[in-house]
Design a protein. Structure first.
Length: 559
């Protein structure tokens, strides 16, 4: 590998921009995915019921975190990381373009499948390549800094993509917006190819060692039983009861599929020797509480998107003539009677059996729950055109906070370390759970500020919510990966890392299930109280095992 006196390898910028463009596409899709699925057919959407859209969203993001488990093993032992990145990148690009081109449901689901499989190859491989670049001197000591820089690339892509999505869908429609994600992925692969001479040396496959987990073992003991259980969950409840058990066929299938996976990890703990049993048990406990975090955090694409669309003031600066129109980041709404969709009291568009919108004479739904002052201003100008910031732009708040807060939080813990008061990794995770719970209280405040959904509230409520939950995320997400690397027995580190991603996958699916309960609460404060309760329960569970976790960390000689 190339030796210089530089702090970082020359391959870092190429991996940085490759990952930035890949995440650009991934988060562009997430920002508009639900909006597209619930949009009526006569305006280009799929006309799904909101509950169905939330279920599909939860399943999609769950599976994108499930496939890296197997994809990482194949890259480690068979394909190599470079080849896996090319395969994964091209599959994702084809999937994004397919979502944009095809409204027919078989092709829509097939396109999502390509993205899910492609992500499984791409995601673990590029992270491993980065680590390999830092495996030798003089770069070894700067590995953490390299990953911090890399993480910034992820969030820059997530920040920018929603502005591009707003531009594309306002000017050209849903299809071109989705295809832009595919174009971004292809740009990333071009940049990856340009940097190949600086990257190729890091494409070192992991040598097979005694005690390594075999791919055949994972397939036979985890994935095949999970597929069989998932198929049983899809068909059996309907055959026996005439209906699903947990809200939808896909949810039943997913929960059934999780049973053999959970059994595998529990059995791994039960069969472990005395030296490995404690760290494995500690990690399984962390996986369990982490699931609750992801179940709430990933509602940014569902419940919080719904809140942004219908309960948040999105008016662009009224003093500016056609504000931002040249950038196409705004939608236009006319305050006058015309043919408009029929919405129920929960802001759900009513559709016929073909998915076309039922219409009536009236004003756009956005104007239903304005403040009395805002309504008075509009009533003085009954033909006024109002410009609204696109809903998906709110999806950029979280990555914005990540970029702003990461150096502050890293600096804060560094200051505590110098004073000998830095919390352990396990303590940071529990702290992250509690801080995330506080973000739900911010949303409860937003509901009360709007008089119980009677009036739209300031967008600053969402900005504050995302700010608080981002602090929780930064305390928990990277610390979870760090804890796996510190506690895992060396021969099963990859397996336990897979367990962490599996717990994230289950949490993501739970987020869709939770979001589908949105319409069961007339008072939306109760919905956020449920989320708060879940995270508070996770915090209490974490606190109950914190002393045990810290003891194990101390025994392992880490913190």
């Amino acid at each position: 590998m190339e030796k210089t006196t530089a702090k970082h390898p020359k391959g870092l910028p190429f991996l940085f921009f490759t990952e930035m463009w890949e995440r650009f596409g991934y988060y562009l899709i997430l920002g508009i995915f639900v909006l597209y699925m619930i949009d009526p057919k006569d305006t280009g959407g799929l006309a799904f019921l909101d509950k169905t859209a939330y279920d599909i969203f939860g399943t999609y993001i769950a599976l994108t975190y499930l496939t890296p488990f197997l994809g990482g093993f194949l890259a480690d032992r068979v394909l190599g990381y470079v080849k896996a990145i090319y395969i994964g990148g091209f599959l994702m690009a084809l999937g994004y373009i397919g979502v944009g081109l095809f409204q027919q449901l078989p092709m829509f689901y097939a396109s999502l499948g390509l993205v899910i499989i492609g992500n499984g190859f791409f995601k673990p491989s590029i992270s491993t390549l980065l680590g390999n670049l830092y495996s030798e001197e003089p770069y070894k000591a700067n590995k953490d800094a390299g990953y911090n820089i890399f993480y910034m690339g992820i969030n820059i892509g997530a920040l920018v993509c929603n502005f591009v999505a707003a531009y594309m869908r306002n000017k050209y429609g849903w299809g071109p917006a989705f295809m832009t994600a595919g174009a971004g992925m292809l740009i990333g692969l071009v940049i990856f190819s340009l940097g190949m001479k600086h990257i190729r040396a890091a494409n070192v496959l992991k040598p097979v060692q005694e005690g390594d987990t075999k791919i055949s073992s994972i397939l036979l003991k985890v994935f095949v039983p999970a597929l069989i259980a998932g198929a049983i969950g899809w068909f059996l409840p309907a055959a026996i009861f005439g209906h699903d058990i947990f809200g939808s066929e896909s949810t039943d299938a997913f929960i059934f599929a999780c049973i053999p996976v959970i059994f595998f990890y529990v059995n791994l703990y039960l069969r472990a020797n005395s030296e490995d049993k404690k760290p494995i048990g500690a990690l399984l406990a962390i996986f369990a509480v982490s699931m609750m975090f992801w179940a709430v955090f990933k509602q940014n694409g569902t419940a919080l998107t719904n809140w942004a669309k219908y309960y948040t003031v999105r008016t662009a600066a009224p003093s500016i003539e056609k504000p931002l129109e040249t950038l196409y980041l705004v939608e236009t709404k006319e305050y006058k009677d015309k043919e408009v969709p029929v919405y129920d009291e929960q802001f759900r568009a009513q559709k016929d059996e073909s998915g076309n919108t039922l219409k009536e004479s009236g004003k756009d739904i956005y104007f239903r729950n304005l403040s009395p002052e805002a309504k008075a201003d509009l009533e003085a100008n009954p033909g006024a055109t109002v410009y609204l910031y696109n809903t998906e732009l709110f999806q950029s708040i979280n990555p914005f906070w990540v970029i702003v807060l990461t150096p502050l939080i890293v600096g804060f813990f560094l200051m505590l370390r110098r004073r000998g008061k830095e919390p352990t990794t396990a303590s940071k995770i529990v702290l992250g759970l509690f801080i995330s719970a506080l973000s739900c209280l911010v949303m409860i405040g937003a509901v009360y500020a709007g008089g119980g959904n009677l009036e739209k509230v300031s967008p600053w409520w969402l900005v504050a919510t995302y700010g608080v939950v981002t602090v929780g995320e930064l305390c928990l997400s990277p610390m979870g990966l760090s804890l796996v690397s510190k506690l895992s027995p060396p021969r099963i580190t990859a397996l336990m890392m897979g367990g962490f991603f599996l717990s994230t996958s289950i949490g993501n699916k739970l987020s869709g299930i939770l979001a589908s309960l949105w319409y069961g609460y007339e008072d939306k404060a109760n919905f956020f109280w449920v989320n708060f309760g879940l995270l508070l329960l996770a915090t209490l569970l974490g606190l109950s095992i914190l002393k045990y976790l810290n003891k194990i960390l101390k025994e392992k000689g880490v913190s």
